[in-house]
Design a binder for this molecule. Structure first.
Ligand code: NAP
Length: 286
């Protein structure tokens, strides 16, 4: 039986343990991680995947692009795909820091709870991989999207990167602290918190009596959580009249989706998993 090999190409210096574990749980027999992978040094790694197995066995080799930078991940993903030609290709997935799968789980659960069309959505700390993809998926649902950052220049850069990839630019907002983020969510119906692990972004008092906020998702599982008053295990739970989703509430779907995509990569050699089709799968699984 041909072994299922998953090559983890990580833009960070050390390949992700999380993505390694999920690679095995998704069905790989071996997960081989490479750190510090760049657009300059990736060529030989890709060649190793496409020239080693015959047409019938190629589906058992797959590539996963990860790492902490969405922009670096997107560039690497592009170069990997460009290296393929005719049937010298393997299936490939982009999920920098769990960006696509985490955002997809969160947004799909929000969309399942209520239509997001024409709603105002604010992605708090929307400059990281998860926030940038959440902005794109909220846009796919028809929401009007803004992203916050502690620095205007970072919000501008992330908005431009999203425009380059998806053709729309979320409104960039500078919000230096919880008070500024409370002001940023005024008038919005949807709040998606995508801040770094263990960083509180919004206090409970700033959303519990808000007249417009209807839906809140928070991706951060490590206390203190991103949004005060949301429990990590909340899954479309009603709190103060709003529907809230915590990091563990969306984490189950994220893991299911991540494993599912890994498993599907080994069913043919030509699959490409990125934002749009990962989000479509999340909606089926949600
Ligand atoms: N629930 C799940 O299944 C699951 C899976 C994967 C990831 N996650 C979580 O999803 C969240 C987002 O992941 P990510 O990789 O996109 O995040 P990230 O890149 O580490 O951080 C996102 C943004 O947080 C902001 N930030 C950093 N330190 C901050 C501070 N002290 N105060 C305020 N803002 C701060 C930064 O924005 P600015 O510098 O622009 O302000 C940064 O761009 C994380 O909490 C991660 O743990 C959850």
């Amino acid at each position: 039986m041909t072994k299922k090999l998953l090559f983890l190409l990580d833009t960070d210096s050390v390949p992700s343990v999380f993505d390694t574990v999920v690679g095995y749980d998704g069905g790989a027999d071996h997960v081989v991680g490479y750190g510090g992978v760049t657009t300059e040094n990736v060529g030989a790694l890709v060649d190793g995947t496409i020239y080693t197995r015959g047409p019938k066995e190629k589906q058992y080799t797959a590539i996963f692009v990860g790492g902490g930078s969405m922009v670096a991940g997107e560039s690497l993903f592009k170069v990997v795909k460009k290296r393929f030609f005719s049937n010298f290709r393997v299936s490939v997935m982009l999920d920098s820091n769990g960006s696509n799968t985490t955002a997809a789980a969160g947004v799909a659960l929000l969309a399942k709870a209520k239509s997001l069309a024409s709603k105002k959505a604010v992605v708090l700390a929307g400059t990281g991989p998860v926030g940038m993809r959440a902005a794109a998926m909220l846009h796919i649902e028809g929401a009007e999207v803004a992203i916050t950052s502690r620095q205007k220049s970072r919000a501008d850069e992330a908005s431009k990167a999203i425009k380059d990839r998806f053709g729309f630019a979320p409104t960039p907002i500078e919000a230096v602290d919880n008070t500024a983020r409370a002001a940023a969510v005024k008038g919005a119906q949807v709040v998606f918190a995508a801040g770094a692990i263990g960083v509180p972004l919004l206090d409970e008092k700033d959303w519990q009596n808000d007249p417009t906020i209807e839906l809140i998702a928070d991706c951060n599982a490590q206390p203190p959580l991103g949004v005060g008053g949301v429990e990590a295990v909340d899954k479309a739970k009603e709190r103060h009249g709003k529907i809230v989703i915590g990091a563990l509430g969306l984490g189950g779907l994220k893991l299911k989706l991540h494993r599912e995509c890994i498993g599907q990569m080994f069913t043919s050699a030509d699959q490409v998993f990125d934002c749009e089709n990962i989000y479509a799968q999340a909606k089926v699984l949600a």
